[in-house]
Design a protein around this ligand. Structure first.
Ligand SMILES: Cc1cc2nc3c(=O)[nH]c(=O)nc-3n(C[C@H](O)[C@H](O)[C@H](O)COP(=O)(O)OP(=O)(O)OC[C@H]3O[C@@H](n4cnc5c(N)ncnc54)[C@H](O)[C@@H]3O)c2cc1C
Length: 340
């Protein structure tokens, strides 16, 4: 590739990068590029369960998720995202002692008119007898909790962006970024790309390189494994679940596979799969208290970072991108963390 010059370069085309790509396109920014190497294989997005729910432990993130929920519907109605989530419900199990710290979050969901129920062991066992409920365990049940195909979601956003002129460069492994005379030069072994603004959305693969760029950060990456299993009874539809205390999760819905994080989990009373699990492991990016990081980086003019919503990025990516789009449009270039 020749030396190409762009206004914005997004590094990373996982769920965050592809959402930002679409947001730039939607805002009429032209002359942009999204760069990746391995989005279908090594990204967190490619191994993700793609589960969507609104509840989050942090109250600001409940707002983000509600905004994202509305955007997802809007983009689906307009056929920008053709991937449709399957709303088979979601259960978030937590120790009942946490309830007081979650009460305001539930109030927010209620005020927004979003349907949910708090289940105690008694009501939970009656409603979902297929699950094991411990005596000190409550759950928030979201009937609209859903999951989507993560790579399809990213592909839909990228293909709409590409049709509107976004350059999509696969097979470009970024190994260095230099700032020179008001521009960034992004190098791979074979070529380079120049951009005025760089948006780092490379997730856990890019994280170690931030230090090479002189960007100190408090983000860390964590390995997550999912197991894909063949489903025995395709008619049996259960809510997907996440267990706050054990971090065990499973995506259960119609279709051929069940995705879960622990094949030995005792959460489900029924065995609904057969065969050997296929193991898929990927790194995901976490920030302290699981609050993401989106904003300009100190000491790096016109460089943004968007990462750190480990385990929950799908319920935020469109809304986060909208906030990034707004910041780019307003032209502010200060150290403003949109969420930290
Ligand atoms: C096993 C697992 C299950 C999960 N389940 C869920 C779930 O059910 N619901 C949910 O909301 N979230 C879930 N998550 C979390 C979610 O998938 C991630 O937080 C999200 O995909 C991160 O997206 P991202 O775009 O930030 O990073 P990534 O998807 O990792 O994308 C980053 C991209 O940048 C590219 N890249 C990085 N460095 C370079 C470089 N130097 N040169 C070129 N390209 C580069 C990578 O190839 C990659 O394609 C799960 C994560 C894992 C790992």
């Amino acid at each position: 590739m020749k030396n190409l010059e762009f206004d914005h370069a997004i590094i990373g085309a996982g769920c965050i990068g592809s959402s930002i790509a679409y947001e730039l396109t939607r805002r009429g920014f032209r002359n942009n590029v999204i760069i990746d190497n391995g989005r279908k294989t090594v990204s967190a997005t490619a191994s993700s369960g793609g589960m969507l729910r609104i509840f989050h432990e942090n109250i600001e993130h409940v707002d983000l998720a509600l905004g994202n929920f509305a955007l997802l519907k809007k983009y689906q109605d307009r056929h920008i995202i053709n991937e449709k989530q399957e709303p088979n419900g979601h259960l978030y199990f937590f120790n009942s002692r946490r309830y007081p710290q979650y009460a305001a979050n539930f109030q927010k969901m209620d005020s927004a008119g979003y349907a949910f129920e708090i289940l105690t062991p008694t009501t939970g066992r009656a409603k979902f007898p297929q699950f094991n409920w411990a005596d000190n365990e409550w759950a928030v049940y979201e009937p609209l909790g859903a999951h989507l195909s993560p790579t399809q979601f990213a592909d839909d956003l990228l293909s709409t962006s590409q049709k509107s002129g976004m350059s999509v460069v696969d097979d470009f492994e970024v190994d260095r970024i230099c700032h020179f005379r008001g521009h960034y030069k992004i190098f791979s072994q074979k070529s380079s790309i120049v951009a005025k603004t760089v948006i780092l959305a490379g997730g856990a693969r890019l994280l170690p390189h931030l230090n090479d760029l002189g960007i100190g950060n408090s983000l860390s990456s964590q390995k997550l494994t999912t197991y894909h299993l063949l489903k025995k009874n395709a008619q049996l539809v259960l809510p997907s679940y996440f267990d706050r205390e054990t971090l065990d999760f499973a995506r259960l819905g119609p279709g051929e596979t069940v995705i879960l994080s622990d094949p030995q989990s005792t959460r489900l009373k029924v065995k609904i799969w057969t065969g050997q699990p296929t193991e898929v492991t990927a790194n995901d990016c976490y920030s302290p208290n699981r609050l993401g990081f989106a904003g300009y980086l100190m000491g790096q003019p016109r460089m943004m970072l968007a990462t750190g919503w480990g385990g929950t990025a799908f319920k935020f990516s469109l809304e986060i991108s909208q906030r990034i789009g707004r910041a780019l449009e307003s032209g502010h270039n200060e150290r403003s963390l949109l969420h930290a």
